[in-house]
Design a binder for this molecule. Structure first.
Ligand code: Q9C
Ligand code: ZN
Length: 536
């Protein structure tokens, strides 16, 4: 089962017809550039291409009022001056004569994607659309959004496919207040959003974007807001948010479908977000979401205004949807203090609603540190009554201790090293593989080879010398972090003419290969033991 890519060229028709610095970033090139890059990388060709259809009036009516839909329909016939006047009645919106058609295609694309996934035609997919949707409300356009594509798709999945639990993950850098309001009292839709907030000083400047907005009535706990109070949040902050907030709650919720409001203005270079997460981060976030709902992930484009960053991030997400491995994340994986404060405040606000957030003091795997990290949140700032404050203080202490430990013992980077007997084999290797050129001393190599007649041959002896050299570096505490990879039980994978080492230094498994024959030494792996033995 594959990945769907839903698109229609007509969605590039809408564009800004007058001067407006706030709106000019939402341009047709957002779609064309992203699509070109997908084609360039051969990713589009690997997807099931679906041409977007227009959403019907009834489908738009799942979320929007008939009067609002009629008003939008009327914009098709308006002149530029009238369009500008009408646009001025909304916050950060522009209309074009093609806006109604584009917005119906955008909503229709989200519906087609959900239908394809729920019919089992594909496992997952992405709808590349504009205008975006997550800010739009029942009877109002807002923040470049006209129809709420994801909200309409969620209602459709409930009505037409009988779903009972839908998770919406909004990783756009702005708060999707439109989605939040539409589902705030609905426990069948769990809405998660992180967003640039800066203590309420960032657009759309809403009190209800803060962590203590958790939904209403039966929907209490089904709105999860993670406000970022500083710019510059990066890979470590996003991954920490998923691991410590979204995933615990999402597993407990157990969704049947995951919809992603996939805005890439949360990526590095974006003028709106001012964040630091690299495109690869979105491959990892996508992978993490694929453990939910049997992998039924439907992503719908929202924001993303830096054309290069947007295109790369879109490619990363599609690659992950296709099942390709995610490239390693760059930079130290240590969250910012401000991010930990935000994460902590959501956990405290949501703890009454989610058992998975109630285990406060995790068994201390790590020794507590007397040092206090700069990022330690002040318990005085946390919402809730005194019992909350006590629980929060406990959790803060556990988190602080974890953070200290991370700083003292940063996780070593995962690297794979190879030793080559034929130097030109290096040409076929990925660029991040470390080539070790050294060999063990000749006498040492010969000593190890002596009990194995077959190893005395020239080529096998060279290979053995290189393996011994690699092994030394793995077992050497100083160097072993350079030579780690996933632990596969079979510690060594050797392929002629190169000898590839692939082991995890902390796994406790023996790493010594005992070849049964030269073929085993060069093309497969011998049984593991702690010292060389004679052939038997
Ligand atoms: N500098 C989406 O990303 N302007 N909409 C904010 C702050 C409005 C963003 C001004 C941004 C709307 C879908
Ligand atoms: Zn946005």
């Amino acid at each position: 089962m594959g990945t769907a890519l839903v698109y229609h060229e007509d969605m590039t028709a809408a564009r800004l017809l007058w001067d407006d610095p706030e709106c000019e970033i939402e341009c047709p090139e957002r779609l064309t550039t992203a699509l070109e890059r997908l084609q360039q990388r051969g990713l589009e060709q690997r997807c099931l291409r679906l041409a977007a259809r227009e959403a019907s009036e009834a489908e738009l009516g799942l979320v929007h009022s008939p009067e609002y839909v009629a008003l939008l329909q009327g914009t098709q016939a308006l002149g530029t001056r009238e369009l500008q006047t009408l646009s001025g009645q909304y916050d950060a919106v522009y209309f074009h004569p093609s806006t109604f058609h584009c917005a119906r295609l955008a909503a229709g694309a989200a519906l087609q994607l959900v239908d394809a996934v729920l019919a089992g035609a594909v496992r997952n997919g992405l709808a590349l659309v504009r205008p975006p949707g997550h800010h739009s409300q029942r009877a109002a356009a807002n923040g470049f959004c006209v129809f709420n594509n994801v909200a309409i798709a969620a209602k459709h999945a409930q009505r037409q496919h009988g779903l009972h639990r839908i998770l919406i993950v909004d990783w756009d850098v702005h708060h999707g207040q439109g989605i939040q309001h539409i589902f705030e009292d609905d426990p069948s839709v769990l809405y998660f959003s992180w967003h640039r907030y800066e203590h309420g000083r960032f657009w759309p400047y809403l009190r209800e974007s803060d962590a203590d907005a958790v939904g209403q009535g039966p929907g209490l706990g089904f709105t999860v807001n993670l406000p970022w109070n500083q710019v510059g949040m990066g890979n470590a902050d996003y991954v920490a948010a998923f691991l410590h907030v979204l995933l615990p709650v999402a597993f407990e919720f157990n969704p049947e479908l995951v919809l992603v409001s996939a805005g890439f203005d949360s990526a590095i270079g974006d003028p709106e977000g001012q964040m630091q997460a690299t495109p690869e981060c979105f491959a990892h976030l996508t992978q993490l979401l694929q453990v939910l709902a049997g992998g039924r992930v439907c992503a719908v484009l929202e924001g993303g205004y830096h054309l290069e960053s947007l295109s790369q991030s879109v490619c990363m997400m599609v690659q992950a949807l296709l099942g390709d491995p995610a490239p390693p994340l760059s930079g130290p994986m240590v969250p910012h203090g401000s991010a930990l404060e935000s994460i902590q405040s959501v956990r405290v606000a949501q703890a009454p609603h989610w058992v998975s957030l109630q285990q406060q003091g995790v068994a201390p795997v790590l020794s507590p540190s007397p040092r206090s990290p700069e990022g330690r949140p002040s318990p005085l700032l946390l919402p809730g009554g005194p019992e909350f404050k006590a629980a929060a203080t406990q959790d803060v202490a556990a988190l602080s201790s974890l953070l200290d430990q991370l700083r003292l013992n940063p996780t070593p980077p995962v690297r794979t090293a190879v030793a080559l007997t034929a130097p030109d084999a290096a040409l076929a290797l990925p660029s991040d593989v470390l080539c070790e050129e050294g060999s063990a001393a000749q006498e040492e190599t010969q000593a190890w080879a002596r009990p194995h007649e077959a190893l005395a041959q020239d080529r096998a002896l060279t290979a053995l010398g290189k393996v011994l050299y690699l092994l030394d570096r793995i077992l050497d505490g100083q160097k072993r972090s350079n030579l780690t990879s996933e632990c596969t039980g079979e510690q060594w994978r050797c392929s002629h003419p190169s000898l590839c080492c692939s082991c995890h230094p902390g796994c406790g498994h023996s790493v010594w290969p005992v070849p049964r024959s030269p073929e085993a030494a060069l093309s497969g792996c011998g049984a593991a033991g702690s010292a060389p033995r004679s052939q038997g």
